[in-house]
Write a new protein. Structure first.
Length: 191
């Protein structure tokens, strides 16, 4: 019995570390995020939106070179205060737990992107790996602000080479037509 539990635990842990395979470069659509620094999972998504893993001092010169104004941290921990304060960035913290991400979380992120775009500011979205919370946020950005289809946004999220972890089966249902409509309505009619 103990041997069985150890094996089960190993399988669960290993499957949680697995990522969805990226499309080969030759098949990757050109309108998907463009890699700037692969070692930091740093990509340009649009003229004004970027994504990465947890930024550190090594990434700061690249962030400044891209003229990033606002950094939105999706981690529950706020490491940005330690790592990025006094660097000239506006730091926004929207704590999200991957296992409990919901439409309200994505709405908060979309509102910050909307505000930055209204102020003609460039935004970096990040979580720890720049994969799942960041991926869900970028997919919703693609749908809401860039009018991508849900299927195209989810394909980029999962196969774009950002390290999406398929264990988070709770993420796909966030992209229901009802949730997308609700976020669109909330952005049009802020309370």
């Amino acid at each position: 019995m103990t041997k069985y539990l150890v094996m089960l635990s190993l399988c669960v842990n290993v499957s949680g570390c697995m990522t969805t395979p990226a499309l080969p470069e030759t098949e990757r659509p050109q309108h998907w995020g463009q890699s700037i620094q692969p070692a930091h999972n740093f990509y340009q998504i649009s003229e004004t939106v970027f994504r990465s893993e947890q930024p550190d001092q090594d990434l700061v010169p690249s962030l400044k070179a891209q003229k990033i104004d606002v950094i939105i941290n999706l981690r529950s921990r706020n490491q940005d205060l330690k790592k990025l304060s006094n660097q000239g960035f506006k730091l926004v913290h929207i704590p999200i737990h991957t296992w409990a991400i919901d439409r309200e979380d994505l709405l908060k992120v979309m509102r910050q992107i909307q505000l930055a775009e209204q102020n003609q500011q460039k935004v970096l979205l990040h979580c720890y790996h720049g994969s799942d919370r960041t991926g869900a946020s970028v997919a919703m950005y693609r749908i809401i602000f860039q009018n991508w289809s849900t299927a195209d946004a989810l394909a980029e999220m999962k196969q774009g080479g950002y390290g999406f972890h398929p264990i988070w089966q709770n993420i796909d249902p966030l992209f229901s037509p009802e949730n997308i409509r609700w976020i669109q309505q909330q952005l049009l009619n802020p309370s």
